[in-house]
Unconditional design. Structure first.
Length: 111
């Protein structure tokens, strides 16, 4: 089987798993849905990653053997140390700096 076909099968398997999760999630009360919002979003990001990147044949075959591939990838990611919160904080500061500069320009223009 060609690499492209293997990667397509991995994506399709993950997509089907996400659709099953989505149907379950939508059957839950609002509080439970909110409780799982982060997981749902991250699983969507994993799907997006699978759509735009390719695995090796061996990697794809290994994932295809996984019973709950998307869930397992999510659990592994959740355990990782990432710079996510630092990136958010840098974005907050950057937005504040942009607004400060605009406000400064507005004040100078009023003079």
């Amino acid at each position: 089987m060609k690499n492209e076909m293997l990667n397509t099968k991995v994506y399709e398997k993950a997509f089907a798993e996400q659709e099953k999760y989505r149907r379950w999630l939508l059957s839950q009360p609002p509080e439970e849905i909110l409780h799982h919002a982060y997981e749902y979003t991250l699983r969507e990001d994993i799907l997006l990653s699978l759509e735009y990147n390719d695995l090796t044949d061996s990697q794809a075959k290994a994932l295809l053997k996984s019973e709950d591939m998307l869930s397992d990838v999510f659990k592994d990611f959740e355990k990782r140390e990432t710079g996510h919160m630092e990136d958010i904080w840098e974005t907050v500061k950057s937005r504040a700096n942009i607004l400060m500069e605009r406000q400064k320009q507005d004040i100078e223009m009023e003079r």
